[in-house]
Design a protein around this ligand. Structure first.
Ligand SMILES: [Mn+2]
Length: 482
C-alpha cells in the first residue's frame, strides 16, 4: 500500500509539473500537422494491439479531416525501414507506437519529409531537426511503460486535431490493456475518463478471469494462468468438481455456461469459493478487480471485454490481418466478424507451433542442453507466433526449473526473429542476457526482464546459437553460486 501511495504522490507531483508541457507539445504537433499542405499521409504503426489501436485512432482522425493516407504495419522499425521510407515519394509521415528508437535515423535520412512520431518507448538520444516532431511521455518525466501507451499518445494528439475525436478514447483503452498497463494509472486515467464520459466504456468489479464473455466457465477457470486457483487451474475435472461443490451448474440444458450467464448468488458463491481456494496465495482477492466493458458491444461478444478485444487485435496483427483489427476498432460490422475469426486461426497457428516442437524434440530443430532449450524453427513457425510458443513452453510444468528457452524463426529470406523466455524463479534479466549473446553484432534487442526478442541476419543463426550456449552456461554457473 505504501509503495502505491508514494507512486501516486510522485505521479501527482510530476503531473502538476509537466503535464501542461506534454499537452502543449501534443497541441503544437497537431497544429503543425494541420498547417502542412494537404498531401497523402503515410501512417506507420506497430503490429501489436497497442499499435493497431493507435493506427485506428489516427486513421479515423485523418478520415474526419478528409485526408488521404496509406498504412504500413511493422513488427519493429529497423534502420533499413527508415532508409526505405526516405526514398519514397510521400512527404508526410506519422509513426505511432514506434519510432522513438530510430530518432537519429529520421534526422539523418528523412531530410525532405515532415515526420511525426507519437510513441511511448524509451527514446534514443538525438538532437532533432525542425522537420522531425517527436512527442514521448519519457521526455516529460512520465513513465511510458505504465502511465501511457502508444494509443494514448496518439489519442491525445488526435484530440488536438479535432475535439470530436474524444470518442476515440475507447480505442485507446485497447492499447492500454494490450500493453498490460492499468487504465487507472498515470495519464491513462485521463483517457479512461474520456472513454467513460463519452459513454463508450463501463468499468465494473468482476472476476479478472480471461474469457468471461465467451468461454465455458469451467474452461475459463482451467485456463486461469494469470491467477492460479489451486486444484482448478490446469485441471478440468478439478474445475468441474469445484463448481459442483459450490452449487454452480457448469452446464444447463446441454449448454456450457459462461461467467456472464451466472445469476448474482451463483457469482457470489463462485467468487468466495475461488478466494478460499487461493487462500495460500500472496493476494487471494486479486482475482477480483476492474473489468473494462464496451457498452455498445453485445453481451457475450468477444469484443465486449477490453481484454478479449485486445487479444483479437493482437491475433490480427500477428496473422498479418491488422486491417481487420483496425476495422473492428472503428466499429465496422464486417471487419468485426473477420477479426474475431482470425483469433481461431491464431490459436491453430500456436497449437501447430507447439506440435512442431514436440514432434522434433530429437531432431536438429530442437537443441536441449542443461538449462537451455533452443527451437530453431526456420520457416516452420511464424516469427510473430514464436514468442507465444516459447511462453507456453516456459509455463509447461514438464520442463526443468531454471531453463532458458529460445526460439528462432525466419522472417523472410534475410532476417530471423529470436524470442527468449525463462522457466524458474531466479531473478533474471532476459533483455540483458540476449544483448550479451548478441554482443556487438548487428541485431537489435527489445523486451524486458521476463520476455525478450531480437532480430538477426539469418546467416548468423549458427553463430548466435553457439554464443547462446556459451553465455547461458556461464549464467547458470553464476546463478548457482549466488
Ligand atoms: Mn505500445
Amino acid at each position: 500500500m505504501n509503495d502505491e501511495q508514494e507512486n501516486t504522490t510522485s505521479f501527482n507531483e510530476r503531473f502538476n509539473r509537466h503535464f501542461n508541457d506534454f499537452d502543449k507539445a501534443l497541441k503544437s504537433a497537431a497544429e503543425k500537422f494541420l498547417s502542412l499542405p494537404d498531401s497523402r499521409v503515410r501512417v506507420v504503426s506497430h503490429l501489436d494491439a497497442d499499435g493497431i489501436s493507435s493506427a485506428a485512432i489516427i486513421i479515423k482522425a485523418l478520415n474526419r479531416l478528409g485526408r488521404f493516407y496509406s498504412l504500413t504495419i511493422l513488427p519493429q522499425l529497423k534502420y533499413e525501414d527508415v532508409v526505405r521510407f526516405s526514398s519514397e515519394k510521400d512527404k508526410v509521415f506519422i509513426f505511432t507506437d514506434l519510432g522513438s528508437g530510430e530518432l537519429c535515423a529520421f534526422n539523418e535520412l528523412m531530410k525532405d519529409k515532415q515526420v511525426f512520431i507519437l510513441d511511448h518507448h524509451q527514446p534514443e538520444a538525438c538532437e532533432l531537426k525542425e522537420n522531425i516532431t517527436h512527442v514521448n511521455p519519457h521526455n516529460f518525466d512520465f513513465n511510458g511503460s505504465s502511465e501511457i501507451c502508444g494509443a494514448g499518445v496518439t489519442y491525445m494528439f488526435a484530440k488536438h486535431l479535432d475535439s470530436k475525436n474524444k470518442d476515440l478514447s475507447r480505442i485507446a483503452i485497447l492499447g492500454i490493456i494490450g500493453d498490460v498497463q492499468n487504465p487507472k494509472e498515470g495519464l491513462n486515467k485521463l483517457i479512461l475518463k474520456d472513454a467513460v464520459d463519452t459513454g463508450n466504456i463501463k468499468v465494473i468489479k468482476g472476476l479478472r478471469i480471461f474469457g468471461a464473455q465467451t468461454k465455458p466457465l469451467y474452461k475459463a477457470l482451467v485456463q486461469s494462468t494469470d491467477f492460479n486457483i489451486p486444484g482448478v487451474t490446469g485441471n478440468e475435472s478439478g474445475a468441474i468438481q469445484f463448481l459442483k461443490q459450490i452449487g454452480v451448474e457448469p452446464k444447463i440444458n446441454g449448454k456450457w455456461r459462461r461467467i456472464i450467464d451466472l445469476d448474482k448468488d451463483e457469482l457470489k458463491r463462485l467468487v468466495e469459493g475461488i478466494v478460499m481456494l487461493r487462500f495460500g496465495e500472496d493476494t487471494p482477492e486479486d482475482i477480483i478487480g476492474d473489468v473494462y466493458l464496451f457498452t455498445k458491444e453485445r453481451e457475450g461478444s468477444p469484443l465486449k471485454d477490453a481484454k478479449e478485444f485486445a487479444t483479437v487485435l493482437n491475433a490480427c496483427g500477428r496473422m498479418g490481418k491488422a486491417s481487420y483489427g483496425i476495422g473492428a476498432c472503428l466499429g465496422d460490422l464486417r471487419f468485426k466478424k473477420l477479426a474475431v475469426s482470425v483469433l481461431d486461426d491464431y490459436r491453430k497457428e500456436i497449437v501447430n507451433g507447439l506440435k512442431f516442437f514436440e514432434k522434433n524434440r530429437n531432431s536438429n530443430y530442437v537443441i536441449e542442453e542443461n538449462g537451455l532449450l533452443i527451437i530453431n524453427a526456420q520457416s516452420k513457425i511464424k516469427p510473430t507466433v514464436i514468442g507465444t510458443v516459447c511462453s507456453i513452453i516456459a509455463r509447461n510444468t514438464s520442463l526443468k526449473d531454471d531453463t532458458f528457452i529460445m526460439g528462432l524463426a525466419r522472417i523472410d529470406d534475410r532476417y530471423t526473429k529470436i524470442s527468449m523466455r525463462y522457466k524458474g524463479n531466479k531473478e533474471v534479466n532476459l533483455k540483458e542476457i540476449l544483448s550479451d549473446i548478441l554482443g556487438d553484432s548487428e541485431g537489435e534487442v527489445g523486451g524486458h526482464h521476463f520476455a525478450a526478442g531480437a532480430y538477426i541476419a539469418s546467416e548468423y543463426e549458427q553463430e548466435f546459437i553457439n554464443r547462446a550456449k556459451q553465455v547461458i552456461q556461464d549464467k547458470l554457473l553464476k546463478v548457482k553460486t549466488l
